[in-house]
Design a protein around this ligand. Structure first.
Ligand code: M6R
Length: 603
């Protein structure tokens, strides 16, 4: 989704900082980019459709500038073109915006009546005009922002420049991410910390409803009541290397290969001292009779895996919901229900909204989050962090597997001494210790995945099938494939095919079939035989312990055997790798698939 960066400083290098920041925000997904910067007392605005490289061509990097704002836009209101791109300027106000102003239509009508004219289809131009109108009445930017917050409904992070004051950058935030970063004689605003890591790792979190007045050497933050508040400067401990490809062709591939380390880091706090650390370092789940897991996309798929594990091993009923649907269903929430929200970015608007609903209903909430200090992490009652580090590729891989790791540990924690004996728990902990090595062995099979990808990459339609936990994993495999390769792919519960979908199987249709559980293998294999008999090209992903004799598959990928609480993190790797290799053969923009954004900050 949209990325924001802003600079005010004595080094006069606004252009360098803003373009560098925008490049680091590229991963969020965008379709146009723009910059506004002050040069020789005048504000210049440049914007361009498409890549940041197009914008760069229009800029003279010798221009000295002490103040500027930049933006990558992921189109919501109006197509991605020059007029709709940010920054927008109306009267004396220029802004960049991330979020959606929900009541922009009525505001627009009011502003048209007051004589404003609009060039773009965006809600942002309306926000800009509203700010300009209030400013023309109050002549005070502080008052303007305070009144704006009362009038504008929806989500916004805004970077603001006022023509009357080229020594300050202003920022306001509600339900969209924005941080203020602190440099030496220069300060910044950004959608996330990695965007400015080249310059500083010190930052201030701007809370919802707050606004800031920032100069080269001073940062003033005003709270919801417009009272000046004390700021706490934090230090980002993450690795700035995370935003480099380190020799890999794509971030996605690098992140797939990082999984053994990520799983090690994520699980360590809960396994290093055996059962004690599993119990001591996790919340006490004993009071909960029911768990709701709420998330979007791959995080939702991780939730489905978690449901299977928690129900089977810990004997606690779990429902899993897509966050954008959560508010429409009848919720059976009470003090004995734990709501677990799962999110890599910690900024997904739908997940954040679901979390707020759960809190309103009086339930305890637990976030499984990757980005420290993100909005969801701050809003949840408790947080367990995945230690995936910065994930840049839009298609999640390492964050997804680390979410499963934590859900699996939650299942184990609840099961301990209840449905599982300590010896059994210890055995699984031992398995988790061995998991990174097993994952590495699956990763080492890249040549095999490439060979298979070459045989199926030019098909228009690819199916994934499996039963039980393999069905949940199939859904993730299918999402991964379609989002980066643009192949139409569907995941089906293996037993469901003959209720309609099997009519889509033709001679040569690739079907990726997952069989990792011994007790249901026979049934899934029967379903595989049904598609094979109708001409499907079957790629079988099976666990080593499964008896797979017979000629019902064309290609075979074996994954090491492991406890069911551990195996999903092994099985998903070939699915990620196949998607990657297929997308590569199809020449797709793997890290930044079209129309998608890394962090989905609109509902
Ligand atoms: O940041 P989140 O985990 O909340 O994001 C949720 C989804 O948007 C995300 O998993 C999306 O489906 C990925 N692009 C899938 O690879």
């Amino acid at each position: 989704m949209c990325g924001i960066i802003g600079y005010v400083g004595k080094k006069n290098n606004a252009l360098d900082v803003i373009i560098e920041g925008l490049l680091r925000l590229e991963y969020r997904g965008y379709d146009s980019a723009g910059i506004a910067y002050v040069k020789d007392g005048l504000l210049n605005i440049e914007k361009e459709k498409g890549k940041i490289a197009n914008l760069k061509e229009k800029l003279d990097f010798n221009d000295k500038s002490n103040l500027g704002i930049g933006h990558t836009r992921w189109a919501t209101h109006g197509e991605p073109n020059y007029v709709n791109s940010h920054p927008h300027k109306v009267g004396k106000i220029s802004i960049v915006h991330n979020g959606i102003i929900e009541n922009y239509s009525e505001l627009k009508e009011e502003l048209i009546e007051k004589g404003y004219e609009f060039k773009s289809s965006t809600d942002t131009e309306v926000a800009c005009a509203l700010l300009d109108y209030i400013y023309s009445e109050t002549n005070s930017i502080e008052q303007t922002i305070a009144i704006f917050r009362e009038k504008a409904r929806g989500a916004y992070a805004l970077g603001i420049i006022v023509d009357d004051d080229y020594n300050h950058l202003y920022a306001v935030k509600k339900d969209s991410p924005l941080i203020i970063a602190c440099g030496d004689n220069e300060n910044y605003i950004a959608s996330d910390v990695p965007a400015i890591l080249k310059y500083t790792n010190k930052y201030i979190v701007l809370n919802d409803g707050e606004f800031a007045k920032i100069s080269a050497d001073k940062i003033l933050v005003y709270d919801e009541n417009a009272d000046l508040r004390k700021v706490e400067v934090k230090e980002f401990k993450g690795d700035s290397n995370a935003v480099e490809k380190n020799g890999y062709d794509h971030f996605m591939l690098k992140e797939i290969y990082e999984q053994p380390e990520v799983i090690k880091a994520t699980t360590l706090p809960y396994i290093e001292k055996g059962v004690d650390s599993l119990v001591d370092n996790m919340p006490d789940f004993s009071k909960y009779k029911k768990i709701d897991i709420v998330a979007c996309g791959s995080a939702y798929h991780a939730g489905l895996v978690g449901k299977t594990l928690i129900e089977e091993f810990a004997n606690v009923p779990v429902t899993v919901d897509i966050a954008s649907e959560y508010r429409y269903k009848k919720l059976f929430l009470d003090e004995e229900t734990l709501v677990i929200v799962v999110s890599q970015s910690g900024e997904t608007a739908d997940t954040l909204a679901a979390l707020k609903i759960a809190k309103e209903h009086g339930s305890d909430t637990l976030g499984i989050i990757n980005v420290v200090e993100s909005s969801i992490a701050r809003a949840a009652h408790q947080v367990l962090y995945t230690k995936a580090g910065a994930e840049i590729a839009v298609a999640t891989t390492k964050a997804y597997s680390s979410q499963i790791a934590l859900l699996s540990l939650i299942a184990l924690n609840i099961a301990n001494n209840k449905t599982m004996k300590q010896e059994e728990v210890l055995e699984v902990l031992k398995g988790i210790r061995a998991l990174p090595t097993q994952m590495q062995s699956v990763l080492n099979e890249r040549e095999h995945y490439k060979e298979i990808a070459e045989k199926i990459y030019d098909h228009d339609s690819i199916f994934f099938i499996g039963r039980d936990i393999d069905y949940a994993l199939s859904m993730e495999g299918s999402l991964k494939l379609k989002e980066i390769s643009y192949i139409n792919s569907q995941a089906y519960a293996a037993g469901e095919l003959k209720h309609g979908t099997i009519s889509l199987i033709e001679e040569g249709t690739p079907v990726i079939a997952l069989v990792t559980e011994e007790k249901i293998a026979e049934k899934t294999i029967s379903n595989i035989k049904e598609v094979k008999a109708r001409g499907a090209k079957v790629i079988l992903v099976a666990s080593e312990n499964i008896n797979i004799s017979g000629d019902f598959y064309d290609e075979l990928i074996l994954v090491p055997d492991a406890n069911k609480l551990i195996k999903p993190m092994l099985t998903v790797i070939p699915l990620q790798m196949l998607s990657y290799e297929i997308a590569k053969l199809r020449g797709c923009d793997i890290d930044k698939p079209k129309n998608l954004a890394k962090s989905v900050t609109v509902e």
